[in-house]
Design a protein around this ligand. Structure first.
Ligand SMILES: *Cc1c(COP(=O)(O)O)cnc(C)c1O
Length: 459
């Protein structure tokens, strides 16, 4: 059959809020034109993030009931440890309440002021945790990643020449570890090839620099490797995941992504002395090592979820939903980052709104138009999120790209929801000349996109 169906049926429903355009106008104005300040109850299709927003399966809900809430040595911990070890092969595994807690423990125990951590693309919490201890987070995306529209497949790869140069300049002693993020979230959810991970590892090995995988979307990355990289077509996703992890010395993970859970994460490594440091800080800030920051029932749900994420039918369907939306937008000439990544579609808002300058925040204009037209919530990744506020009256420093992200929660929306979204985008695209400019009227000194207030402005 040509049609790739949702490989599940629905046993429990959750009503979607349906609002009228005039209601949305009032609601958005009341939220100071910032969709982060809307109540979720007023959003019909919520594509703000794929993090923690997925639907659990009946097997996960059943597993919750098996949660052993013993403080130490619980059965649920054993199951969690066994599952994570089966997938990753790592010797030491520490449960954390989410990904950033794993990053915090890693950064606080391994880094000193002035150290450098290279990555194909640091996620914002990873960067923040590294910078918080005074170290430097360096992004080394592949050169292909800079061209938003080239159809190259493994655009999430790390720039190997850049890595060699960074080691040359900094000296291996100043790089306590290197990271590789699969898929590369900051670079649009673009996958990383097995060959790239292997070559990164080979280079690091010469200098004795450990490699940590930011594994949030390890299963989506494994699917891309199976589909697109030579020699992997006949391998299972579990085998591919194991091979990826076998090239690394440890990993950080947010179970809110490919753990198919609403909360959770882990930190893992092979090195015994690292593990001692991790354990000591874990006990101080997260909890006893057999539950970390989680309840026994969470450990159960994550154990099931991690394995479900590696089911081929699930990944085929997930990939098909992203492709379905991408091909519909491409057919209409709507400018998106290509090829589509694993968990989101990124619209090029600068190309969508050529009548707006970066200082008009075209991403905010487009996000707000999508909400007003159809109650769809997307997120700006442009000059508001990444731009720097003006230093004393000067022009704001814009970012190279003005993007709007439509992130896909896992197993939540069906094809008709995507058809609705396409219809909304159709109208907004047709009427794009009327997308408005916005100015910031209030902002915080950092991470301003979460709480900023905007007003409409004349172009
Ligand atoms: C979400 C994410 C994190 C952080 O995980 P949280 O669970 O949100 O703390 C780290 N790295 C990447 C690539 C992510 O997508």
């Amino acid at each position: 059959m040509r049609t790739i169906i949702e490989p599940f049926r629905i046993k429990m429903t959750e009503a979607l809020p349906i609002t009228t355009r005039s209601e949305r106008e009032v609601l958005l104005a009341r939220a100071f034109n910032n969709v982060f300040l809307l109540d979720a109850d007023h959003v019909t299709i919520d594509l703000l993030t794929d993090s923690g927003t997925g639907a659990m399966s009946d097997r996960q809900w059943a597993a919750l009931m098996l949660g052993d809430e013993s403080y130490a040595g619980s059965r649920s911990w054993r199951r969690f440890e066994q599952t994570v070890r089966e997938i990753t092969g790592f010797k030491h595994i520490f449960p954390t309440h989410q990904g950033r807690a794993a990053e915090r423990i890693l950064a606080a125990t391994r880094l000193k002021k002035g150290n450098v951590v290279p990555n194909n693309g640091h996620f914002d919490t990873t960067r923040a945790n590294i910078e918080y201890v005074g170290a430097i987070a360096t992004d080394l995306p592949s050169t292909e990643a800079r061209d938003l529209h080239s159809e190259k497949r493994f655009k999430g790869n790390m720039d190997l020449d850049g890595l060699a140069r960074a080691i040359g300049v900094e000296g291996a002693a100043n790089i306590p570890f290197c990271m590789i993020t699969v898929t590369n979230n900051t670079g649009g959810g673009q996958p990383v090839s097995m060959e790239n991970i292997r070559r990164v590892k080979e280079l690091l090995k010469i200098y004795n620099i450990p490699l940590m995988i930011d594994a949030c979307r390890f299963a989506e990355n494994a699917f891309f490797i199976k589909e697109c990289e030579q020699g992997f077509a006949d391998r299972s996703l579990l085998e591919i995941a194991r091979e990826m992890f076998s090239l690394a010395d440890g990993a950080t993970m947010s179970a809110k992504k490919d753990g198919l859970a609403n909360i959770g994460g882990f930190l893992a490594c092979n090195n015994d002395s690292w593990a001692d440091d991790f354990r000591n800080l874990l006990i101080l800030t997260e909890g006893f090592p057999t539950y970390g920051g989680l309840a026994g029932r969470d450990l159960e749900a994550i154990s099931v979820g991690l394995m479900e994420a590696l089911e081929i039918d699930y990944q085929r369907y997930r990939h098909a939903t992203v492709e379905y939306l991408a091909s519909a937008l491409i057919a209409r000439g709507i400018p998106i980052v290509r090829p589509a990544g694993g968990h989101a579609i990124f619209i090029d808002a600068a190309a969508f709104c050529p009548h707006l300058r970066a200082s008009d925040y075209p991403g905010i204009g487009l996000v707000n138009a999508l909400y007003l037209e159809g109650g769809v919530r997307a997120v700006e990744l442009g000059s508001v999120m990444f731009g720097k506020p003006a230093p004393e009256g000067g022009e704001e420093i814009a970012t190279p790209h003005e993007l709007v992200r439509l992130a896909f929660p896992r197993r939540v929306y069906t094809q008709s929801h995507f058809d609705y979204l396409i219809e909304v985008l159709d109208v907004v695209w047709r009427e794009r000349a009327s997308i408005e400019a916005y100015r910031i009227t209030e902002q915080a000194p950092f991470l301003r996109h979460f709480t900023a207030h905007y007003e409409r402005a004349d172009v």
